[in-house]
Design a protein around this ligand. Sequence first.
Ligand SMILES: CC(=O)N[C@H]1[C@@H](OP(=O)(O)O)O[C@H](CO)[C@@H](O)[C@@H]1O
Ligand SMILES: [Mg+2]
Length: 539
Amino acid sequence: MSDPIVEAVAKHPAPEGLVYTYGTAGFRTKAEVLDSVLARVGLVASLRSRSLKGKWIGVMITASHNPPEDNGVKLVEPLGNMLQEDWEVISTEIANKITPEDVSKYYHDIAAQEKADLGTPARVVVARDTRASGSRLLGCLLDGLKATGAEVKEYGFLTTPQLHYMVRCLNTEGTKDAYGTPTEKGYYEKFGAAFKNALKGKKPAGSLTVDCANGVGGPKLAELIKYLPPKEEALEIFVINDNVIKPESLNVECGADFVKTNQRAPPSSKTGPGDRCASLDGDADRVVYYFKDSSNVFRLLDGDRIATLVASFLGDQVRLAGLADSIKIGVVQTAYANGAATQYVEQNLKLKVDCTPTGVKYLHHAAEKLDIGVYFEANGHGTVIFSADTLDTVAKYEPKSPGQKEALDVLRACINLINQSVGDALSDFLLVEVVLAHKNWGPQEWLSTYTDLPNRLAKVIVKDRNIFKTTDAERKLVAPEGLQGHIDREVQKVRQGRSFARASGTEDAVRVYAEAATTKEAEDLARKVSELVKTAGGA
Ligand SMILES: CC(=O)N[C@H]1[C@@H](OP(=O)(O)O)O[C@H](CO)[C@@H](O)[C@@H]1O
Ligand SMILES: [Mg+2]
């Protein structure tokens, strides 16, 4: 009797000699070597769903901010979270099995181990970004899914956060936690209405130009705009870099990663001084803001800035609503957060800061422990999550004055405006616009809240990055032995110095971060620490 698993896997043979890893952002590499991985991810998605008694699992085909020739795939848990860690291991294992028979055996072993009854339904939601390789890879994924007999919902093109939203909606449909209608229209209606309610008649000053990285965010934002209040009443949005007809232009000289890495606007940007601009990445789960100041100097407002802005605003609304005693807000950052941002949150906003390892799943997890958890990576990935108790308190609270009612209304609308399933560039920028409108701030006022410490991020190529082991949320190295002591000595030589080195989870390199009182000191420190890393890594 033929084995459908063996057949599906044999149809998409793995290239010889390649090792795949399910990393921070799923599998991600050159699209031309991903066929076998996609077919096998189909098998894992079904197993995961069956291990959860048929809950919907998401599969997103994207390589986010990577170049157009790359692609990738990641799995989404039922409430929209990133894949659980033991399943990352299973995914890596199955991707690296050599023969189709090995894959099939492993599939059945995992089914037994994870109590995934193969006779019960498996449900999987799939979507992709606009990369040219996406349609071929989708075919490979569907072959894997079909072989397992899964029920598949195909959404075509979606942003990554839209896919997370669909997964959460499908799994909560008809329950008291129902998140929304699991359709694109449902998404636009939910966020469009929340934006209008959160603005409460306030109008953001000026317009916003959104660079969509020539990715899937472009057409999706164009659609979302149809559900926002008319521009005369609320926000005028100019959409640029939205060319998805030319997939080779994806993330090229535009997008959030270009802006953050190069610390400059996309060359195509034509805005004037004081005009707010935002850039999304290729799958629209990251956003950074920027503008030209009155001297025509480029100014970046990154994820740290979004976190501080939003935390301060939500703190105000909670206090004004009379809820400060029952709801505590916290901010979660990684070691890449600028030291000035951390200090501002602790000393000016008087809020708690937690630091976690790099990667959204760690931040999300830490934020889940807070009443209101604001988490952003400096590069613009992030969101705000509200605990079940907080949602309950906010829903039931009876305001004692018109002022309390006003703040409570805004807070309730913000809860709906913020994508609870994952960081969402579209929802995040609408939230920023709401905050700026309420504060009556332009980008200059936002920037003036604190001054970033000059910093440098460098990449060092070493023989084996896996020898670099860290502790203390990746801020200190425990191996190679002695290296941390050398780094500490360099740090002490500069004013307000801070530096750390860690192996990247997405690239074959060690990242070095340094900040100090002046640009020169930050650059020197980054260079010295990079040299130490190079020597220790035997490059
Ligand atoms: C310094 C930096 O920006 N690191 C990024 C990058 O991780 P690395 O492990 O540093 O390669 O990609 C991750 C996935 O997109 C993202 O979560 C993270 O913030
Ligand atoms: Mg992304």
